[in-house]
Design a protein around this ligand. Structure first.
Ligand SMILES: CSC[C@H]1O[C@H](OP(=O)(O)O)[C@H](O)[C@@H]1O
Length: 343
């Protein structure tokens, strides 16, 4: 589904090679950390269809395709996690007939796809217990079924709470500049019959002050080993507002969103996007020609502002590297892979 066409049109687009997948990810036709990883993994399968029938050349082509797809967007670690999983699966099959490897890699991406469905439902089940009946929930950007295999992460918690009979009302931030909240979350929740009120990003403080919000739940694109979390630009400000108003602030994400190789959020690469997204949203100029623009697609919320992280293995609270390692059962940060990101 080409998400840039929503909410006006539901348009499906077929990708027949890795270049079309790269373009779809870059332009947010497909978007959302888990969905990006799944799409890129399918892109690997497309890219090796035309690989030469010589093992060395095949693996060289696989490496080229995976590296190319990795260049589409820098922040969502699920992209690199999925590509790495495809590479590792292929390595286990060296020496096998190349068509068998192609078939195995298609089975691998289908497994990634199906696992993500299950992970999202598990996140919903763990998170539902945190939602009170008759509560207002504020969310940012889109962390719903459109951003994952299905059901979503932050929205999975909402869907599950409603399925358990809880009465919730969602306040969806429009989420400038690409309006994922207005175009996608409002569309998705309305289609599911979930009461939803669309607000401008600058209204979040007011709805909190008026007592309309009892919880904030957002998705994530990359969570460092200490719990610092990169998510759509504007999330950090919401976390500060939530702390001031004593409202719990939850992050919902599958374990594939954790990057335990990075010890803290300052190491997370932040995507800088085209200034025209700010000055001419959807082709309508709203700012002077040539104006200087700053357009980071994400910001990082420090772990200390996060009440809990909800993943498929449970609820991580308090949020720190010890509790993360305990829940994920994985080794902590190794050598810090990325250079310190200087803003
Ligand atoms: C379920 S992850 C969703 C996550 O990804 C979004 O970013 P984008 O729309 O740029 O792909 C946003 O940060 C969401 O929270």
């Amino acid at each position: 589904m080409d998400q840039t066409r929503l909410p006006r049109e539901v348009v499906y687009r077929e990708c027949h090679d890795e270049r079309a997948v790269w373009e779809a990810i870059k332009t947010l036709q497909v978007r959302g950390a888990p969905a990006i990883g799944i799409a890129a993994a399918y892109g690997v399968c497309l890219g090796i269809k035309s690989a030469p029938d010589d093992e060395q050349a095949f693996f060289q082509r696989l490496d080229e395709v995976a590296s190319y797809l990795a260049s589409s967007r820098p922040t969502a670690v699920n992209l690199f996690w999925a590509l790495d999983r495809m590479r590792r699966r292929a390595e286990t099959l060296r020496g096998q007939p190349l068509d068998l490897i192609r078939k195995a890699l298609l089975e691998e991406v289908r497994a990634i796809h199906e696992e993500d469905r299950a992970l999202c439902h598990a996140i919903g089940r763990w998170g539902e217990s945190l939602i009170e009946d008759r509560s207002g929930i504020l969310t940012h950007c889109n962390a719903g079924g459109l951003a994952t295999a299905e059901y979503g992460t932050a929205l999975a918690v909402i869907y599950e709470a409603v399925a358990k009979g809880k009465r919730v009302h969602v306040f969806a931030d429009e989420t400038r500049p690409l309006l994922q909240g207005a175009r996608l979350t409002a569309w998705e929740l309305k289609a599911h019959g979930i009461p939803v009120t669309l607000i401008c990003d600058n209204m979040a403080a007011e709805v909190m002050k008026e007592g309309k919000v009892q919880a904030v739940i957002v998705g994530a694109d990359r969570i460092a080993a200490n719990g610092d979390t990169a998510n759509k630009i504007g999330t950090y400000g919401l976390a500060i507002l939530a702390r001031y108003h004593r409202i719990p602030f939850y992050v919902a994400a599958p374990s594939s969103t954790f990057d335990l190789q990075l010890s803290h959020g300052g190491l997370i690469p932040i995507e800088q996007r085209d200034p025209r997204e700010v000055t001419s949203p959807f082709g309508i100029p709203i700012a002077p020609e040539g104006i200087d623009v700053y357009n980071p697609a994400f910001d990082v919320t420090p772990a200390e502002l996060i009440t809990a992280i909800i993943c498929e293995k449970g609820v991580i609270r308090p949020v720190n590297k010890e509790t993360i390692a305990a829940i994920l059962g994985r080794a902590l940060a190794g050598p810090e892979r990325a250079q310190t990101v200087v803003k």
